[in-house]
Design a protein around this ligand. Structure first.
Ligand code: GLA
Length: 386
């Protein structure tokens, strides 16, 4: 949708007048899954699709929310902004962010907000973090808060943890906030040290495939995995005190794994430690242009998420298996939290059409679901559009 159209839609709902427009992308993680809340490395990039927000102050004492994607609209009195709207409503994302700004001392006046997003919903491409950061950059601008992007990234994560109630790590908000066109972001999640690495893909393209399987139990399973990782840290700490699983490498793990009496917990920890190593290896592989190695690490990542972390499922596994059968595919894995959502594959540019046709057909035959495909374009992080 064109920018002009969005402003037109805004005026249709709220009436004519000046307004400001902001954009915040979705993200895809290339490698490093379920490592962020374990103090490890992640390697995501921002996409060119995302969420738009048109906003202005009004002279009423209510904040009005609308979205072109959902029917649900609401207006909330300034004294009620800290109350959650019914569970699952999209408005909770901007509300959670507003709460964080209020805690920083921002005194809100009435506002009108219109959201529009072109990230496939529930696909694990961070539509929620995208809405959070769109709201954050807009409020930062509207109330002259001068917050650094990293502060807004942390604030977005807190909104999701504390208000929405999903115990996510920092990867999504970080990728969405700090994204850089044609770069992937190598982030160490405990220190928040990071580096933008040029995405020099030569003849290869990043192809995202959506299983179109709704991520039903995702949130509860996600929190269950987090608890299992905490348990692993506790067991290991009896022998060698650590704060995060990201504090140990594979050699340490081999020596320490006997300290974990529960087999399942041991496997969860083994995924985190081995995945972390794969990211550490993948970053220089990309820098050196060794895409074949990068692809092998992606394959290793999926297999570990399937066997040790057990967050893939029939649909993601089928999509990855079919992808790996295509000539010109050098790596394929699930991306994001898992339990549905998307895969990411490195595909030779000359094989992209075959990939879409063949994988689409074979996946449908196996699961009955029709997948969607996107050739990823990597864009910048959240900000104002003038
Ligand atoms: C979700 C969470 C992230 C991260 C990934 C798994 O996207 O929001 O913080 O944990 O899952 O890597």
């Amino acid at each position: 949708m064109e920018i002009v159209d969005l402003k037109k839609e805004f005026e249709k709902i709220y009436g004519n007048g000046e307004s400001a427009l902001f954009f915040s992308p979705g993200r895809v993680n290339l490698i490093g899954e379920h490592t962020d809340y374990n103090g490890g490395y992640v390697f995501p990039c921002a996409l060119t699709f995302g969420s738009y927000l048109v906003i202005r102050k009004n002279d009423k004492s209510v904040v009005r929310f609308a979205s072109l994607n959902f029917d649900f609209k609401t207006e909330i009195g300034l004294d009620k902004l800290e109350e959650k709207v019914s569970d699952g409503a999209w408005v909770n994302y901007p509300l959670g962010v507003m709460q964080q700004f209020a805690r920083k001392g921002v005194a809100f006046v009435g506002m009108d907000l219109l959201f529009y997003g072109n990230i496939p919903n529930g696909a694990g491409l961070s539509s929620s973090a995208s809405i959070e950061l769109a709201t954050a950059v807009a409020l930062n601008d509207l109330y002259n808060c001068n917050l650094e992007m990293m502060e807004m990234v942390k604030l977005g994560q807190r909104a999701e943890n504390q208000f929405v109630g999903v115990n996510c790590g920092i990867m999504d908000q970080f990728a969405v906030g700090m994204g850089k066109k044609d770069h992937a972001l190598a982030l160490k999640c405990d220190t928040l040290k990071w580096e933008a690495v040029p995405l020099t893909l030569g003849n290869y393209r990043i192809v995202i495939a959506n299983t179109n399987k709704r991520r039903g139990l995702a949130d509860s399973k996600y929190n269950e995995r987090r608890t299992e990782c905490d348990k692993a840290v506790e067991y290991i700490s009896k022998v060698k005190p650590i704060k995060f699983l990201g504090d140990i490498n594979l050699a340490d793990f081999e020596e320490l794994k006997n300290a974990i009496p529960e087999e399942v917990v041991m496997r969860r920890a083994r995924h985190v430690v081995s995945e972390n190593q794969r990211v550490v290896d993948a970053i220089p592989a990309l820098q050196a242009g060794d895409l074949v190695k990068f692809g092998q690490l992606m394959n290793g990542s999926h297999d570990s998420l399937r066997d040790d972390y057990e967050v893939t499922g029939v649909e993601l596994d089928a999509l990855v298996e079919e992808a790996r059968k295509i000539d010109g595919v050098i790596g394929s894995r699930m991306t994001g939290a898992g339990f549905g959502g998307c895969t990411v594959s490195l595909v030779d540019v000359n094989s992209v059409d075959t990939f879409i046709a063949e994988v689409g057909k074979n996946y449908k035959a196996r699961t009955g679901l029709t997948p969607d495909f996107y050739v990823a374009e990597v864009g910048n992080g959240a900000g104002r559009i003038n």
